[in-house]
Design a protein around this ligand. Structure first.
Ligand SMILES: *[C@@H]1O[C@H](CO)[C@@H](O)[C@H](O)[C@H]1NC(C)=O
Length: 258
C-alpha cells in the first residue's frame, strides 16, 4: 500500500515539475540563459586573469571596449618562436606583431569558465607552438569582462575583437576558432562580418552542434534528472518496470524544458 501511495506522490511530483519548470523558464528567460552560458561558473576559481604569465608565456592581457559599453578581457599569446623578443614587450609592440605574417586565431571558448581554464590554455599552447597568434576572449559576462551574456551580445563581442585585430594585422590571415558553444558564436560572427563585406579567412569549429537542445540533454548538468529518478525509484522500492517508467518521464521532463 505504502509503495502505491508513494508512487502516486512521485508521479504527482513529476507532473508538477513537468508543468512548473517550463512555466518558470517562460516567465524568467534569464534562468535558461544563465544555465546555457553558465558564465557565473568562473573556473578556475581565484585566477587573476590580469596576470596571464601565471598560465602562459609570451602573453599580454588587455581590455577591449566593445559595442554596448562593455569591457572585454582578452589575452594575446604570440607564436612561441617569438618568446625571446616578447620579453618586456610593450602593448604597442604586441599590437604591431599582429602584422608579422603569422596567422592570427581568435579563440572563442565554450560555456562556463574563463580563458584561463586548463583545456583552453593547453590548446593555446599548441597553437602558439605551431606559429599562430592567439587571441583568447572572455565574452561579456564571462571572466573579468563586464555586462551580461546574450546571443546577440556575444556575436557583437567577436565582431568588435575581429575589427580590432584587422586594424593591426594588415596582410596576416585572421581565423575564428570556436569550441562547443563558441562554434555558434563563431558562425554568427562570420555571417555578420561577411554581410559587412569583411569575410573571415577561415572558421574552425571544434565540437560543433546543430541544436543547443541536443547538447543540453547530454550535458552533465542534465544528469540531475538521472539522480532524481534513481533516488525516487530507490526510496520507493518500486518494481523494475516502474523504475524504467519513471526514468522515461524524467527524460521527457528534460527534453520538454529544453
Ligand atoms: C614558460 O616557459 C618556461 C621555459 O620554457 C617554462 O619552464 C614555464 O613553465 C613556462 N610558463 C608557463 C606558465 O607555461
Amino acid at each position: 500500500m505504502s509503495s502505491v501511495s508513494g508512487l502516486k506522490r512521485a508521479v504527482l511530483f513529476l507532473i508538477t515539475v513537468y508543468v512548473s519548470v517550463p512555466v518558470l523558464l517562460y516567465m524568467f528567460p534569464w534562468i535558461l540563459a544563465s544555465v546555457i552560458f553558465s558564465h557565473m561558473l568562473r573556473f578556475p576559481l581565484m585566477a587573476d586573469l590580469s596576470r596571464p604569465e601565471n598560465f602562459l608565456n609570451h602573453t599580454r592581457n588587455f581590455y577591449l571596449h566593445a559595442e554596448g559599453g562593455v569591457t572585454l578581457g582578452v589575452w594575446h599569446t604570440l607564436a612561441a618562436s617569438q618568446w625571446e623578443e616578447a620579453h618586456g614587450g610593450s602593448p604597442e609592440w604586441y599590437r604591431e606583431t599582429l602584422a608579422d605574417d603569422n596567422p592570427v586565431i581568435i579563440y572563442l571558448h565554450g560555456n562556463e569558465g574563463t580563458r584561463a581554464q586548463e583545456h583552453r590554455v593547453a590548446l593555446v599552447k599548441i597553437l602558439s607552438a605551431a606559429g599562430y597568434h592567439v587571441l583568447s576572449l572572455d565574452y561579456r559576462g564571462f571572466g573579468d569582462s563586464s555586462g551580461e551574456p546574450s546571443e546577440a551580445g556575444l556575436t557583437t563581442d567577436v565582431v568588435s575583437l575581429y575589427q580590432w585585430v584587422k586594424k593591426y594585422s594588415r596582410q596576416s590571415p585572421v581565423y575564428l576558432w570556436g569550441h562547443s558553444l563558441g562554434t555558434g558564436v563563431a558562425t554568427n560572427a562570420a555571417v555578420k562580418l561577411q554581410e559587412q563585406g569583411s569575410a573571415v579567412d577561415a572558421v574552425i569549429l571544434q565540437a560543433p552542434y546543430t541544436r543547443i537542445g541536443e547538447i543540453v540533454v547530454r550535458h552533465r548538468l542534465a544528469k540531475v534528472r538521472v539522480c532524481l529518478s534513481v533516488c525516487l525509484s530507490d526510496c520507493l522500492s518500486v518494481p523494475v518496470s516502474i523504475k524504467t517508467y519513471i526514468c522515461d518521464i524524467c527524460l521527457d521532463v528534460t527534453t520538454a524544458v529544453f
